[in-house]
Structure formats: C-alpha cells, structure tokens
Design a protein around this ligand. Structure first.
Ligand code: PLP
Length: 284
C-alpha cells in the first residue's frame, strides 16, 4: 500500500512518524474517514468541512489547502487502485520534539497522515441484509464528542464488549438516553417518523446523518431530532445507524429484544438504497 505522510507518498513499510508527535503521545489529533465507491469519494465536501471545524475547535492549523486535500485523497485512491473502500485521514498537532502538556508555542507544523483501506463490495455488505444486533453500555467518553479526535479507547472497549456479548456494536447511554453508537449515529423509527438525537457537544455531527436526514425529508418521512431511551428503542418499529463506512445499517436486536420481525425494517432498507444511490451520483 502507498500511504501519505507529511508531504510524501511512500510504501507503508517506509512511513515514519516521530515518537514525540502529539498525536501519538496525547491523542492530540483529529481524523476523518471518507468512503470510496467506484473509485470516487462519497460526501467529501462534508468530511472536509467537518475536519475544518474540528481543527478550529482545537486551535490547530490546517496542514494543507482544501484543494490539496482532495488531490491527496484522489492520488491515494488512484495509486492503490481502490474501487470500493475507505480513505483514513489524520491531522496531529505535530512534533514539538519533546513531551509537554502545553501546546507548542509557537505552533509546529501539523502532522498529516492518510492511508486507504480496500473493501470490495462495500455498498452491498451482507451485514446490511441481516441487520446488526446491539447492546447498550454507559457512555464514558469525554464531553466534546462533536470534535472528531483520535481518543478512541472507550469506543474501542465498547466494540470489545459488543463482541464479547456476541453482537455487532454497542449504543452508548448517558443520563438514561442514547447518545450514539461506538462509531455511528443512532436512530429509531416509529411509523413514518425517524427519531435521532439532536446535535450538540454530546455526539459527533455525522456527515452521513446530515445527508440521510435530508434524503428522508425528501422521501416524505418525518424527522424528529430528540433523545430517546433504550426502552423506547426496544419498542420501536425499526432502528438503524449511519456512518461513512456502514452507510445506513439496520439494527434488528437491542439488548436481546428483537425489533419487529427481526429482519431489517423497510424504512432503514429504503434509506440505505437512497443514500447509496444518491451519493454515488454526486461522488467526486
Ligand atoms: N458517531 C461517532 C462516534 C463516530 O465515530 C462516527 C464515525 O466515525 C459517526 C458518529 C458517524 O459519522 P459519519 O457519518 O460522518 O461517518
């Protein structure tokens, strides 16, 4: 695989990052994951805009211009012959040459790292036909989940708890209400109404979420942005999650309770089709 490290395209074996890079020492870094279908980037403008917001919130400098960022994504997709897959991007506060809690002053050059992951058939993952089973666990992350940082230890532990329980993922619960999944936004469906938590510092502002809610409204579905409990979710007609890598993924079981027929619900299945179809049309 050819990866991108601080201005260079190199074979992954030759990629090097300093042990003093603050991304490595302090998770002082933000990231984005953009999916690729038919060799084209899905929702790139949204991911680029959110990266800008994450950097601003953490007072970090943008390492390259927006146009350069698109160019690097495209070049990696091309060099690695990616038809379907993902591009991972990470920006760190850089390498001050030593370890210190305070940010380097003056700022040092930010680190910029990208790599691709090939996932043939990403859009027709068999999991989407079966739907995901999930468990609920407490949300023990920090308070600024709207910033897409690389502090992923708790979501990673959550994924392991799900695996141990023999299911696909976990929904995080705070003060009695679902925040989101370990790496996706969470939804329930009642009749023709889609319910998902409102945007705040409590959840990541999903790029897929924004697109799917817009498309849902265009499809004459009602959208209600409010918090819901696990009890309400277990009683819903359908549930699903969204993310750049899972698109729209139906949820068929919550904490052992089967939703509806135990098969992906028609609204989740339809939104998945619409999202993939519409996004392909405007992919770059
Ligand atoms: N919520 C969390 C915690 C995530 O990590 C992610 C994606 O990684 C999402 C939601 C979904 O965001 P997006 O649709 O932009 O991929």
């Amino acid at each position: 695989r050819i990866v991108y490290v601080n201005g260079d395209y190199v074979p992954e074996e030759e990629a090097k990052v300093s042990i003093f890079d603050r991304g490595f020492l302090m998770a002082d870094a933000v990231y984005e994951v953009t999916s690729v279908l038919d060799g084209k980037l899905i929702d790139f403008a949204g991911h680029r805009a959110r990266l800008g917001r994450s950097l601003t919130e953490l007072q970090m400098d943008a390492p390259v211009t927006d146009d350069e960022l698109l160019e690097i994504h495209r070049e990696l997709v091309k060099r690695n012959g990616i038809t379907d897959g993902l591009v991972y991007l990470q920006v760190t506060r850089g390498n001050p040459g030593d370890r210190d809690f305070a940010f380097p002053n003056p700022a040092v050059k930010p680190g910029l790292f990208l790599f691709t992951q090939s996932k043939p058939g990403l859009a027709d993952a068999p999991a989407a036909k079966a739907g995901w089973k999930i468990i609920s666990i407490p949300d023990e992350r920090w308070g600024r989940r709207d910033i897409k940082t690389t502090q992923l230890l708790y979501p990673s532990l959550g994924k392991m708890m799900a695996k141990k329980a023999g299911v696909d993922d976990a929904w995080l619960v705070e003060d009695g209400f679902v925040t989101e999944g370990t790496s996706n936004n969470a939804y329930i469906v009642k009749g023709r109404r889609i319910i998902t938590r409102a945007l705040s510092h409590d959840i990541l502002h999903g790029i897929t979420r924004a697109a799917v809610l817009r498309m849902a409204k265009e499809a004459q579905l009602e959208v209600e942005e409010r918090s819901f409990t696990i009890e309400e979710a277990k009683d819903a007609d359908e549930a699903f999650v969204t993310s750049a890598s899972a698109f729209v993924m139906p949820v068929v079981e919550i904490d052992g309770a089967t939703l509806g027929s135990g098969k992906p619900g028609p609204i989740a299945a339809r939104l998945r089709e619409i999202y993939i179809e519409e996004s392909r049309k405007v992919a770059v």
